[in-house]
Design a protein around this ligand. Structure first.
Ligand code: F6R
Ligand code: MG
Ligand code: MG
Length: 389
């Protein structure tokens, strides 16, 4: 078989302002970003591109040969966002320029606000990929589906049946608080994997590799905006790329992982748990209580870098029951109002505007002299630090 072309697929996203609140991008901002990318394609910097939106997030999908973390490609995405933000400002859109945390680009968009998922691979004769883009949630929202896709034989039949997948996959998991990562092997270490990724606000499945040959199978954006900015500036709405078929999970196995609308953090003010609802592009618009959190999926074939497609993956009646369950769960969670577990726990609320409200009450608490005080639990992060010095 002739070797295919070495291609980079980059998905870079930012919220640069939205129409009538925080629920949907304006078509003129999509047009502004499209114009910048069309010019870059004409000049040969990128091979192909597709611009879309997940709720209030502008999504740039690009193919090129510059590799991951290329200053040229990140610079291009930055220019596209800047142009779109300019239009957003002209139109007086809400939170115009929100995710562009700095004024000047400095070589890489990571840490500057946008979210990034990129992978480089040698194109197979047919290269099907799924691109997932979520709104009103955080990168760890993809932990559960990634686990199901690449480690759960009740989801992915190929883990049992297909000899090319039977050895399993390597999970690269990133600790957003410590800036460290660990590679764990499925199926041998699935209990360790789950012990970590069950805390999705901290540990994020960042990459997945096929064990048999080290080929990359998936990548997820790990940028957590609030941690970067040190204050609440939106909820790090994530993107992910998954390669499908011939030795990777089938497209249907990948999509099956989204048939359960699991609870994720985000939704209103980035402060509430709600179900992740898979929707077609036409419903990519977060209305009820600024949500519920939702995810869109686009399927492409990549041929010599050309993006053939997309197929709107969740535009299928087969996901109607998932959506119905999501609505029921959304209704149930909403009835809790400001109470946990609908509202996030105190550690996550640190990055919202709640501490400002609590600060006001601080001096109104009176010391109880004979109080029997409960011990505050410590987060034992040192347990994870001991392995390195
Ligand atoms: C969530 C989100 C929205 C806003 C909410 C309040 O990621 O962006 O839910 O947090 O609409 O927005 P402000 O504070 O801008 O009025
Ligand atoms: Mg927004
Ligand atoms: Mg958003």
């Amino acid at each position: 078989m002739a070797e295919g072309k070495l291609i980079t697929l980059s998905v870079i996203k930012a919220d640069i302002g939205s129409l009538a609140g925080h629920h949907i991008v304006h078509p003129d901002t999509i047009a502004a970003a499209t114009k910048v990318l069309a010019e870059a394609k004409r000049k040969g910097l990128i091979i192909d591109f597709y611009v879309t939106n997940a709720g209030d997030d502008l999504e740039l999908i690009m193919t090129h040969t510059k590799g991951v973390d290329s200053p040229d490609i990140h610079g291009l995405a930055w220019d596209a966002f800047k142009e779109a933000a300019k239009v957003a400002k002209e139109l007086g859109l809400y939170a115009a320029g929100q995710d562009l945390l700095v004024d000047a680009f400095s070589g890489n968009v990571r840490g500057l606000g946008p979210g990034v998922a990129e992978m480089e691979f040698v194109e197979r004769p047919a290269e099907p990929v799924a691109i997932f883009m979520a709104d009103k949630t955080e990168p760890g929202a993809f932990n559960l589906p990634m686990y199901k896709i690449f480690a759960d034989p009740f989801n992915t039949a190929g883990l049992v049946i297909d000899p090319r997948m039977h050895e399993g996959f390597i999970f690269e998991i990133y600790d957003v608080f410590e800036g460290k990562y660990v590679k764990l092997s499925a199926p041998e270490e699935i209990y360790d994997i789950l012990a970590i990724i069950g805390t999705p606000g901290r540990f994020i499945v960042r990459r997945v590799y096929r064990k048999a040959d080290g080929e990359i199978g998936a990548v997820v954006s790990v940028e957590r905006l609030n941690l970067i900015a040190g204050k609440y500036v939106g909820k790090d709405d994530p993107v992910a790329i998954v390669r499908a078929q011939s030795g990777f999970p089938a497209m249907g196995e990948i999509l099956e992982a989204f048939a359960f609308p699991h609870l994720v953090a985000g939704w209103m003010r980035g402060s509430h748990h709600g179900p992740l609802m898979p929707v077609p592009l036409r419903y990519s618009k977060c209305t009820r209580f600024d949500g519920p959190p939702r995810v869109i999926g686009l399927g492409f074939n990549i041929k010599n870098g050309r993006l053939v497609g997309p197929s709107d993956l969740f535009d299928d009646v087969a996901f109607d029951e998932t959506r119905r369950l999501a609505q029921t769960v959304a209704e149930y969670m909403r009835r809790h109002g400001p109470f946990m577990p609908h509202r996030l726990g105190p550690e996550e609320m640190e990055y919202t505007t709640l501490p400002q409200v609590l600060e006001k009450l601080k001096d109104r608490f009176k010391i109880e002299e004979k109080a029997v005080k409960a011990k505050k639990p410590q987060i034992r992060s040192e347990l994870l630090e001991e392995t390195h010095d």
